[in-house]
Design a protein around this ligand. Structure first.
Ligand code: NAP
Length: 260
């Protein structure tokens, strides 16, 4: 733990502090509904099919992380367990999202260009930070020393979280019996019985797994940004259900059973 904390300089801590501020701002903007990103239940339509928009959002992030890895292959610095498992985790996350967009989600409406490009830029930045932390700032020797129990523990947290995130996406898919169905129903399987956005909860724990594997302050910053954003959005989603879906259970929490 001490190694983890003391290998950072003032600039790293300053960047981390700035990321915490962004996380707080995102929590506020999403939970208050004041500057909400217009997608999901809060989109107002637009010129793009949501499937296309989501592919535009996730694919550049996937490409930048893989290209970053490939650029370092020639330098022979990315063949430790640390680099390889993080490649599987980060690229795997964006690839999973692309595949879910193509084959799992059943979308009801269209999306706008502006929101799509804005979110795509944010994910691009996340992938670039991950590339910089994992592949530039962690050369082979450091990668070898970070290939210990924390890496495997984080990877286990990541895998379980992604499986549970996927499971809850399947529950949402099965609420619509065919692809042309645009209705919203009350999900009542899995953790949906207790919270409005269990899929967000497991997205957050997947990023915690990546941060644990990374042993990087900046990746913990990314974790808090995702957590702040999704926690805020889950509260608005609960409110949205209460306003738009008759009989939505009032006692269901937003994100964490019994807590939030
Ligand atoms: N890291 C981040 O910051 C971040 C942010 C957001 C999302 N994500 C990831 O993306 C995943 C999906 O997020 P999302 O915000 O798009 O989720 P979402 O709004 O819950 O929608 C997921 C899919 O389920 C459908 N759906 C949702 N509620 C439904 C209901 N009550 N009845 C029938 N169908 C319903 C949606 O249809 P409609 O399109 O018609 O609403 C959409 O096709 C998350 O679980 C997470 O893994 C990550």
């Amino acid at each position: 733990m001490s190694n983890f904390l003391f290998r950072y300089d003032t600039a790293d801590w300053g960047t981390f502090g700035f990321m915490l501020l962004i996380a707080g701002a995102l929590y506020y903007s999403e939970s208050s509904g004041r500057f909400q990103l217009a997608y999901g239940k809060f989109r107002q339509g637009g010129k793009l099919s949501t499937r296309t928009a989501m592919l535009i959002i996730y694919t550049p992030a996937l490409i930048v992380y893989i290209l970053g890895y490939m650029a370092n292959m020639g330098l022979n610095t990315v063949y430790t367990a640390y680099h390889i498992l993080l490649l599987i985790a980060v690229a795997g996350h964006f690839l999973k999202r692309d595949l879910e967009v193509l084959f799992v989600h059943r979308y009801s409406r269209t999306m706008g260009w502006r929101t799509t490009l804005f979110i795509a830029l944010l994910y691009f930045l996340v992938a670039f930070i991950a590339h910089s932390e994992h592949q530039i700032k962690t050369p082979r020797l450091l990668g070898e020393s970070l290939s210990g129990p924390a890496l495997y523990f984080g990877f286990t947290v990541y895998l379980i979280s992604q499986a549970l995130n996927f499971y809850h996406h399947l529950i949402l898919r099965n609420l619509r019996k065919d692809p042309t169905d645009a209705g919203y129903r009350i999900p009542d399987r899995g953790l949906f019985r207790y919270v409005t956005c269990p899929h967000y909860l497991f997205e957050i724990t997947a990023w915690a797994g990546i941060a644990l594997m990374s042993r990087s302050l900046a990746m913990w910053g990314v974790f808090w940004i995702m957590a702040g954003y999704l926690a805020g959005r889950s509260r608005q989603t609960y409110k949205w259900y209460r306003e738009h879906v008759p009989d939505y259970p009032e006692n269901r929490r937003a994100l964490i059973p019994g807590l939030l």
